[in-house]
Structures are given as structure tokens and as C-alpha cells.
Design a protein around this ligand. Structure first.
Ligand code: M6R
Length: 630
């Protein structure tokens, strides 16, 4: 939540010097806007003063404001795009917040939990607050320390020292970036539990919530650890802990292409990302098995003996990633015979869960920064569990704090609603399940090879669905007036149904629910009335244990009560036509792998319906891409 950018360039015309901070920061905010779009703001230091502009609403509002009231040229600046926590999305509550008589500007991502007591203390000292935010409290605290405790003496360590002292007083999760008019060529940042990455340039340096904040300028990035402060100038990056002791970050190369974070000719990131899915699955599979079908998950550096001793798996995730976890449960239990639970991260650690050194925690997170999941992983580690992260974001916090990581290679996912990351997460979870089965001898090598071969065919099958998307798009457009849509599925179709409903809620703001089809008769069937649209994910009729007949019975139950049924079924399933107003066929595939296909029409449906309503599918209301608060 919230996107943060910082920049310092050179004043003497060397190397890349001379980038105007305004341009760099705005470009970073444009790329980071998916993290929050309740307001945007920017501050620069020029001519010994801080100048700032901020505006509620999307970044375009700030840009209009800047056109009406330009900022001076500067080589030092910070910028923020907000997902509101404390205080509504108003101009007043937008960041930056100023203190020290307007000489200090601060932006923030996270929540200062002890803001109330700090605010009281500062009010008693005479500070008058303009906003309802916890951020303004942090700004005032930093200003008070700099001015009153340090005498405003930049020589005494200046803003960096003041930031150390402020961080010692702050509780909660935060990334803070500050600039001060007394130190025009410095940006100071601090990080506790919220994301922050340094970008190393030549004659200029950058800060960003993630690398997209500076990807147009450099591919050299530095990961920061917990409770660290970083001071950047055009030539130097200095890292300390909150007590001033020198600390180190870890440099890495960013290997994604900025073009992959552009729309590539599609009207929205979401549509592009839906179309990226064949590649997302392919890239996630690539290089992870040899020609004999042996899984070679080299990056999964957990002692194989430990993995053999695992007697329980708990998958921790939120939202779409949790639905990927539910799919994983079916596959892992079937292939490995290890009891597998899936739990929403925010529920997990508050219920005294049974976790020990034989428990394997598998966290799933696109961003790698979801605070609920991070906290749950930390808790599980404290209990002695081994932790594996399935993650799409290189260098992010959850994989860094886990014992091992299996990266998904979906490429940057910019649209707030997750699509390609979901398919990549499921793919990675299958690989993990097969790896465990291989290690523990639950499956013969030939069986694993066959499943991998089936997985290898998935990208082309997803492409086939995309090539025939017009029919489902048309249905989506025609249902723009729907008030409620239900989704039914059984077995692996159940999490797919829930994901289909989530996509519709997120994008089209329509009431949507996903149910286990067998559960309907236990209550939810009361919702069905004449004309109620119901999507049904129908399993393949092939195979001895097929649930096809059971799901067809469930379709009949809702049709008997007036529902309009829309069915996702396997090619060749002619029988189902009799029970459906619309049928969308997906290519034949083994049941356990079917979510990689059945999800896709539901994504396209939600996209088409929301677009028909004129909604912004990339930035749905009230949401943010990375949820970095609990
Ligand atoms: O980055 P994560 O995968 O940890 O994010 C988890 C959820 O916040 C995320 O999946 C959310 O539900 C998306 N809006 C789904 O489209």
C-alpha cells in the first residue's frame, strides 16, 4: 500500500546528472500508482526551501495541479501515492506532510501504531496538526527532534540522526522518506516491516517501494533489512540501523524489462496480464525439471532430509493467493499424502495454531510484502517450522525471511486484481508438490514425468482459450446490469469458483459468491430466484472418480429454482449442454490441473463486464496492490 519514490541527482553536470527530480519522481509514481491511488503528492528542495504539491484522487489530478502551479527545478525530491489508512482520501491528508516550519517534508507507507500518544505529546508542545493522519505525527516528531533536541544542527548528523531518534520512538510498520531544506542534496529513509529498495545510479541514487519506482534509470538495486535507515546523496548510499551502527544491504540486478510493465497495446494492464498467462505458466515451469522428469528445484535450499520429515503442511496466503493455496492442497495431499491445511494469514497466528519443526509452511504471495502473510510466516518460524515462499517479486521481504523460495516467473503484475500471478502460483505449487512426492517416494518417476508433460501442455491450452475469448467477452458485456452472480464448483473447481467471484467483486463491484456446489442445498440455495445468474465449473466427465454427475445434479437443483446457468466444461462434454444457457469449453486436461484453464474464462468475464460498466479495471476502487498493513 502506498507507493514511495525518492531521488537525488548531481548538481555539477556530471554523468546522468541533471535529471529534474520532478520528472524522475513523477515517472516513479506513475509506475507505482498500482500500490494506492487515493491521493498523490511530491516535494522538492530548491533554493533553500521545500516546495510541495499534493492532491486527492489519482496521479493525473496531481499532474494537473503541477501544470497549474509548477514546482521549481530541483535535484532532490520525494513523491507518494496513497492508499488511505488514517484519515480519508482528501487533499489535507495527502502526503507529503511538512514540519519544522515547512522546512521538512515527509512521506510514509504503513501505520504508526502509537501515533495517538505521540500526537498528544506534540500537541502539548504546541504543534498544531492540519490532517487526521499518523504520518503528520511522524513528520512533527522528526521536525521536533531535529529542531529542538538537536538544535537544527545539520553538522550533528542532521536529518539522519534525527531519523534514528524518531524511529526509536515509533511503533508499527513504516517506510519513511524525508527531505530537509537545510540539507538540499540528501534524502533520508527508514524502514520497519514496510518495503523499501535503493536504486544505484551513476551520479544519482533512488529510493522506491519496489524497483518499478526507478526501473527507467537503473537495474542495480539494494535490498534493505528490517529496522534500517538509508541516507542517499547523488554519490553515496549509507545504511545504518536505528541506533546509527553501520549496516549493509544486499545488491542485486533487476532482470525484468520495463516494457513488460507496460500495456503492450492492450487497453488495460489487466487484459494484457490475462494474455500474458501462457507465458507466465511456461516461464514458471522452465528449467525446473530434467529430461527424465526429475524435478530440479535448485533454489529450494531446504535440507531434503527435513522435507522428508515433514508431517504437516500449512499454506498461508490472502485473497487470490489463498485460492491458489486451496488448489495446491488438493494436489499436494493427492500426490504426497501429507495433510495440508490452507489458512488465511491474518487468522493463523491469532488462534494458537499447532506448528512445530515437522511443519512445513508454504506462504504464497505475489508481492512478497503482504503484511498479514509476513507476520504469519514470522510467527511460524518462531515456532520452529520450516518456511518456503512461493513469490513473484524478487528480493521482497517474505522470500527473504523464508528458509527457501520458489519464485513464480509471471513478470511484473501491475493491475491490482491478480490474474497471471494466480496461474503462476498454482503452477509453482504443483512443482513443489511433485518435488515432495519425488523426494518422499510417493510417486514413481514415470508418473511425475507424465504430470510434468501435462503441465507442459497448459500454456498452449490457455492460449487456445484466449484465442476464443469473444464469446465470453460478449456474455460479460451483456450482463453489465447483473446485481448478483453466483459461482459453483467442486473439488479443485471450488477455489476456482471463489476466485471467479472475487474477480467480479473487485472489478465490477457486483455482489458475487463462490460456493462448493455440494454445499448449496445446505442453505445458500435460498438465494436462487428467477433469473439469478449462476456460473458452474463442471469437472471432466472422464475418469473413475469424476464428480461430473454430482455437479450436473447441482446444476439441476438451481435451474429448478429459476437460475440462469452458465457452464465452464471440458471439450466433448455434450451432455452438459442440456442444462446450460451458455457453455464455454476448455481443452481436455487432467482434473487436478484444470484450474489453470477453468479460471481464465472467469477472468475474461469479469474484465468484460467491468469494462462495459466503464470501470477502471486496473485500479478498482478502495484497493491497492500490495497490502502492507495488518
Ligand atoms: O501480494 P499477495 O499475493 O500476497 O496479495 C494477496 C492479496 O492481497 C491479493 O491476492 C488480492 O486478493 C488481489 N486483489 C486479488 O486480485
Amino acid at each position: 500500500m502506498c507507493g514511495i519514490v525518492g531521488y537525488v541527482g548531481h548538481s555539477d553536470g556530471r554523468v546522468n546528472a541533471g535529471h529534474n527530480a520532478l520528472g524522475v519522481v513523477l515517472e516513479g509514481l506513475r509506475r507505482l500508482e498500482y500500490r494506492g491511488y487515493d491521493s498523490a503528492g511530491i516535494a522538492v528542495v530548491a533554493d533553500g526551501t521545500i516546495s510541495s504539491r499534493k492532491k486527492s484522487g489519482k496521479l493525473s489530478n496531481l499532474i494537473a495541479e503541477l501544470e497549474a502551479s509548477p514546482l521549481p527545478e530541483s535535484l532532490t525530491g520525494i513523491g507518494h501515492t496513497r492508499w488511505a489508512t488514517h484519515g480519508g482520501p482528501t487533499d489535507q491528508n495527502a502526503h507529503p506532510h511538512l514540519s519544522d516550519e515547512g522546512k521538512l517534508a515527509l512521506i510514509h507507507n504503513g501505520i504508526i501504531e502509537n501515533f495517538a500518544e505521540l500526537k498528544l505529546e506534540l500537541v502539548r508542545k504546541g504543534v498544531v496538526f492540519q490532517s487526521e493522519t499518523d504520518t503528520e505525527v511522524a513528520a512533527a516528531l522528526l521536525g521536533d527532534i531535529y529542531r529542538n533536541q538537536m538544535g537544527g544542527d545539520a553538522a550533528k548528523g542532521g536529518l539522519t540522526r534525527a531519523m534514528e531518534l524518531a524511529c526509536q520512538r515509533l511503533e508499527g510498520a513504516f517506510t519513511l522518506l524525508a527531505i530537509h531544506a537545510d540539507q538540499p542534496d540528501v534524502v533520508v529513509a527508514a524502514r520497519r516491516n514496510s518495503p523499501l529498495v535503493v536504486g544505484l545510479g551513476e551520479g544519482e541514487n533512488f529510493l522506491g517501494s519496489d524497483v518499478s519506482g526507478f526501473i527507467d534509470y537503473t537495474r542495480r538495486a539494494v535490498e534493505l533489512g528490517q529496522d534500517q535507515i538509508v541516507t542517499i546523496t547523488a554519490d553515496a548510499v549509507e545504511i545504518t540501523d536505528f541506533y546509527g551502527a553501520p549496516a549493509e544491504g544486499k545488491e542485486y540486478h533487476v532482470n525484468w524489462d520495463p516494457a513488460s510493465a507496460e500495456k503492450g497495446g492492450f487497453p488495460s494492464f489487466m487484459e494484457k496480464e490475462i494474455h500474458d498467462q501462457p507465458d507466465a505458466v511456461l516461464q514458471t515451469l522452465l528449467g525446473r525439471s530434467d529430461i527424465h522428469g526429475n524435478l530440479t528445484l535448485d533454489e529450494l535450499r531446504v535440507d531434503p532430509e527435513l522435507l522428508k520429515s515433514v508431517d504437516k503442511i500449512i499454506v498461508l496466503a490472502c485473497g487470490t493467493s489463498a485460492y491458489a493455496g486451496q488448489v495446491a492442497k488438493y494436489a499436494i495431499e493427492h500426490w504426497c499424502r501429507i495433510p495440508t491445511e490452507v489458512e488465511l494469514s491474518h487468522e493463523f497466528r491469532y488462534r494458537d495454531p499447532i506448528v512445530d519443526e515437522n511443519t512445513l509452511i508454504v506462504s504464497i504471495s505475489q508481492s512478497g510484502e503482504t503484511m498479514d502473510t509476513l507476520m504469519a510466516v514470522r510467527y511460524a518460524k518462531e515456532q520452529g517450522a520450516k518456511t518456503v515462499s512461493i513469490c513473484n517479486t524478487n528480493g521482497s521481504t517474505i522470500p527473504r525471511e523464508s528458509d527457501a523460495v520458489l519464485y513464480t516467473h509471471a513478470g511484473p503484475e501491475i493491475a491490482v486484481a491478480s490474474t497471471k500471478a494466480f496461474l503462476a502460483q498454482i503452477t509453482a505449487a504443483y512443482l513443489l508438490g511433485l518435488y515432495l512426492a519425488q523426494l518422499r517416494g510417493n510417486k514413481f518417476q514415470g508418473e511425475i514425468k507424465d504430470i510434468l508433460a501435462d503441465l507442459g501442455k497448459i500454456p498452449a491450452k490457455v492460449q487456445h482459450i484466449l484465442d476464443n475469448e469473444d464469446q465470453i467477452k460478449e456474455l460479460g458485456r451483456s450482463m453489465a446490469d447483473a446485481k448478483s452472480v453466483l459461482f459453483l464448483g467442486r473439488h479443485v473447481g471450488f477455489p476456482v469458483a471463489m476466485e471467479g467471484a472475487l474477480k467480479l467483486k473487485e472489478l465490477a463491484y457486483i455482489h458475487a459468491e463462490g460456493f462448493a456446489a455440494g454445499e448449496l442445498k445446505h442453505g445458500p440455495i435460498a438465494l436462487i430466484e428467477e433469473g439469478q445468474p449462476v456460473f458452474v465449473v463442471v469437472p471432466s466427465p472422464r475418469g473413475r472418480n469424476s464428480l461430473h454427475a454430482k455437479v450436473v445434479s447441482n446444476i439441476q437443483e438451481v435451474r429448478a429454482r429459476g437460475a440462469r446457468t452458465i457452464v465452464i466444461a471440458e471439450e466433448g462434454d455434450e451432455a452438459v449442454k442440456a442444462y446450460a444457457e451458455h457453455v464455454f469449453y476448455i481443452p481436455e486436461t487432467p482434473t487436478l490441473l484444470a484450474p489453470l484453464l477453468t479460471t481464465v474464462p472467469l477472468q475474461i468475464f469479469a474484465l468484460a463486464l467491468a469494462s462495459a460498466k466503464g470501470y477502471d479495471v486496473d485500479q478498482p476502487r478502495n484497493l491497492a496492490k500490495s497490502v502492507t498493513v495488518e
